[in-house]
Design a protein around this ligand. Structure first.
Ligand code: TRP
Length: 330
């Protein structure tokens, strides 16, 4: 039997090519070897997104984004967290096994408190959703018997907390009520540089949106800041942001041949940007088309997610039933 890989995708913001190469592609690759369960963490998003129009749009956009990038809903169980009411029952059960001190140590919560240090109120702007965020996340994971949880490094602590909480449950009942998951952090995954050379991130305002229209894609690439080396001068591909982005989209031979042109001299930055635009657009234009089609058919999109929820719920219900029985609430 295949092992189970599960991950949650928070529906905040729009997808950029950093997400595509850093999270989406590796997760889709993993789905070929594992029994994959991927979901939109819309209740996690609610902690920060309070505008209903923004949230509902974001949920659809993220779902359509993953589908356009190649997620096959026949192969992956793909659903919305909010469609699985068992998540919230399990969250309540896990609360009883979660030390408050453990939550105090969560990085996201601690940094929010830290930011409040100069105010009189350490709790300013912190809702209980943020404080209990790791418990909801533990429920997401434990509900589906996940073996591995592919996440970025920033989420590793949450997975450790999940394992701690699950162990507390299993220890209490002296049996394996919940499967202990492990974080799966792919070290070799590309860190995609943003337009300013720092890591591509929404918060740095340096990203290339995954579904940018062709013109916008071109405009963003042309905006990349370069040095004043003249056309004739040989250039170093490895230290060039344009080349680093080019490598993500290009085949091996293309990479080698562009590197050669860099080193030979005679190629200006404008030309290098044209090459980057060409390979980026080649990869992204079919995604863009699928994305537009999915977004134009909200009912179809909702139906895909509803089918995913239908497959997910019996698994979730079995976990909750197992826990209730162990707990004496049956
Ligand atoms: N906290 C994760 C993030 O911010 C999203 C998430 C929610 C998640 N539930 C999860 C990730 C369960 C993995 C497993 O990216």
């Amino acid at each position: 039997m295949k092992q189970i890989a599960l991950t949650g995708i928070k529906s905040t913001g729009i997808l950029h090519i950093g997400n595509y190469f850093g999270a989406i592609k590796p997760a889709l690759e993993l789905a070929r070897r594992y029994d994959a369960r991927y979901f939109i963490a819309d209740y996690h998003a609610l902690n920060t997104v309070k505008d209903p129009a923004v949230l509902s749009h974001c949920i659809r956009e993220i779902a359509a984004g993953w589908l356009s990038a190649g997620l096959d809903p026949e192969q992956v169980i793909f659903y919305r967290q909010s469609s699985i009411p068992e998540t919230f029952e399990l969250t309540t059960m896990l609360m009883a096994f979660t030390a408050k001190g453990l939550m105090n140590r969560a990085h996201a919560y601690k940094s929010a408190v830290q930011e409040n240090l100069d105010k009189n109120d350490p709790d300013a702007g912190i809702n209980m959703g943020l404080f209990t965020y790791p418990v909801l996340m533990a429920a997401d994971i434990l509900l589906f018997d996940a073996d591995i949880v592919p996440v970025g490094k920033d989420q590793a602590q949450h997975i450790e907390m999940t394992a701690d909480i699950a162990k507390a449950v299993n220890f209490n009942y002296q049996k394996e009520v919940l499967k202990i998951p492990q974080a799966f952090i792919q070290e070799q995954v590309a860190v995609v540089p943003g337009l300013d050379g720092r890591k591509m991130s929404k918060s740095y305002n340096n990203s290339i949106p995954l579904f940018a229209p062709e013109k916008e894609l071109r405009r963003l690439i042309m905006r990349i800041v370069t040095n004043s080396q003249p056309v004739s001068e040989p250039k170093d591909p490895q230290s060039s942001l344009i080349y680093q982005l080019y490598r993500l989209f290009a085949a091996q031979e293309e990479q080698a041949s562009l590197a050669e042109r860099y080193r030979a001299g005679g190629m200006g930055w404008g030309e290098a940007k044209e090459e980057l635009f060409r390979v980026a657009n080649r990869e992204l234009s079919p995604l863009r088309e699928r994305f537009a089609a999915l977004m134009a058919d909200p009912a179809g999109l909702d139906a895909i997610l509803a089918r995913g929820a239908q497959k997910a719920r019996p698994i979730a219900a079995a976990t909750v039933a197992r826990f209730r029985k162990a707990a004496g609430i049956d």
